[in-house]
Ligand binder design. Structure first.
Ligand code: GDD
Ligand code: MN
Length: 400
């Protein structure tokens, strides 16, 4: 990577001048920013004070701001003895997590440190994170609030602390093996080796980018360093209630990454479909409808219920390959084919293979269930060939 090393005339101090020639960084500090103009100057100042003397660095801001944050970065970068880049995204895909992945992709150094732009993460810890990773030969070093020496002083209020604790507990119980050795999977402050990042398989969604990396990229050696989560320097948190729902969707997405896990959830959702199905049957027969057409209609209620849950929980990321009508049609066809297939299949098992009616029914249920799951994956939600998603537009500018 090359960079400009011109020094503006007004920065005449010769001491600054020698330090001004930026070396390529041993660490790239990736900072996601969304309207943080009041924090930039102090952040770059504290990085300048504590990092370059111990570890050559460069800083990449991945910015989704609607305010003047990029301009403020350009201004403040003039005083920095290391390269500063701003990657501005016009389409902030994936939110905070998407921004971090863009920054990681842009980094050329062996180590990448991800930190917030509001000074809740002390920049002075950057060299220690990387140093610990080098000494322990680790792929990932997490700055944790939950080990001895760490704390969450800056987490505002008992409510946020409780939510944060609950979310950490839930997440750790969902991924006991992958998160083994990580006490703070929700931390937004960590160092990762570029070689362990498998950027192409990441599907970041919102705030929890460390969780995404730990679960999908699976670094082998993981270690932690305690840190004190500070108060925000200026401005307010960008997290909203909507971010909470995004987090739950993110968890479901991560948990159902394997086909077996997806099939289990598919089955659980299917089982909940009995409720609208039976309620519909009850209502229609009470209204005086004959039970055969009532069965058929009520079944469609169950199908609709399952479709909605599956679309929003299981295949959320794979909906774009077909139009809504196409997906509904295919899903309904598969669900009804299941019913039509089941009786002849039972007859076949009993008649040809001499099975008893009850086990034959059980076997037929399992077979049609698996067929329906495989069919739904392959015929409704599989990406069609040659239809990659277009890249969102972004501009990268070197600030100095
Ligand atoms: N590029 C970009 N796009 N940056 C964003 C976005 C976005 O959509 N949303 C937030 N950011 C930036 C903010 O500007 C800030 O620099 C950083 O991400 C963290 O955002 P905050 O809004 O300050 O988050 P927080 O303090 O509530 O949460 C932090 O601490 C949590 C632990 O309690 C984050 O680090 C979380 O990841 C972490 O779980
Ligand atoms: Mn913050």
């Amino acid at each position: 990577m090359s960079h400009e090393s011109t020094v503006p005339e007004e920065l005449g101090d010769p001491v600054v001048r020698t330090a001004e020639v930026p070396e390529p960084g041993a660490v790239t500090i990736v900072v996601p920013t969304f309207n943080e103009s009041a924090n930039i100057r102090e952040l770059l100042h504290r990085i300048t004070e504590s990092v370059p003397a111990r570890l050559p660095c460069e800083v990449v801001f991945v910015d989704d701001s609607t305010d003047d944050t990029p301009e403020v970065i350009f201004q403040a970068a003039q005083d920095c003895p290391f390269p500063v880049t701003v990657l501005h995204r016009d389409e902030p895909e994936g939110g905070l997590g998407g921004a971090v992945v863009e920054g990681i992709k842009a980094a050329a150094s062996d180590w990448i440190v991800v930190m917030d732009g509001d000074l809740q993460h002390p920049p002075s810890l950057v060299p220690e994170l990387v140093g610990t990773g080098e000494r322990a030969n680790a792929g990932l070093v997490v700055a944790s609030r939950y080990i001895k020496g760490g704390s969450r002083a800056g987490l505002a209020g008992g409510y946020r602390i409780a939510v944060s604790r609950g979310a950490t507990w839930l997440t750790k119980s969902l991924f006991p093996r992958r998160l083994h050795g990580i006490s703070d999977p929700m931390s937004g402050f960590f160092a990762i080796r570029r070689s362990v990042v498998t950027a192409e398989i990441l599907q970041p969604l919102g705030y929890k980018i460390l969780l995404e990396l730990a679960v999908r990229s699976r670094p082998r050696e993981v270690t932690e360093v305690p840190f004190v989560f500070q108060d925000r320097f200026a401005g307010e948190s960008k997290s909203t209630a909507q971010e909470g729902f995004r987090f739950l969707r993110h968890l479901v997405g991560l948990r159902t990454a394997s086909p077996i896990a997806r099939m289990v959830v598919f089955g659980l959702i299917g089982a909940t479909g009995f409720v609208p199905n039976l309620l519909g049957l009850y209502a229609l027969t009470t209204l005086g409808m004959h039970y055969v057409p009532a069965e058929i209609l009520a079944n469609q209620l169950g199908v609709a219920w399952n479709f909605l849950l599956i679309e929003h929980l299981l295949f959320r990321e794979r909906r774009k390959h077909r139009t809504w009508w196409d997906r509904v049609g295919r899903f309904a066809l598969l669900a009804n084919a299941d019913l039509v297939l089941r009786i002849p299949l039972i007859a076949l098992l009993v008649g040809t293979f001499g099975m008893e009616a009850l086990p034959a029914t059980a076997v037929a249920l399992v077979m049609t269930f698996v067929l329906r799951f495989v069919g739904t994956e392959a015929l409704v939600y599989l990406p069609r060939r040659g239809r990659g998603a277009p890249d969102g537009s972004r501009t990268a500018r070197r600030a100095r």
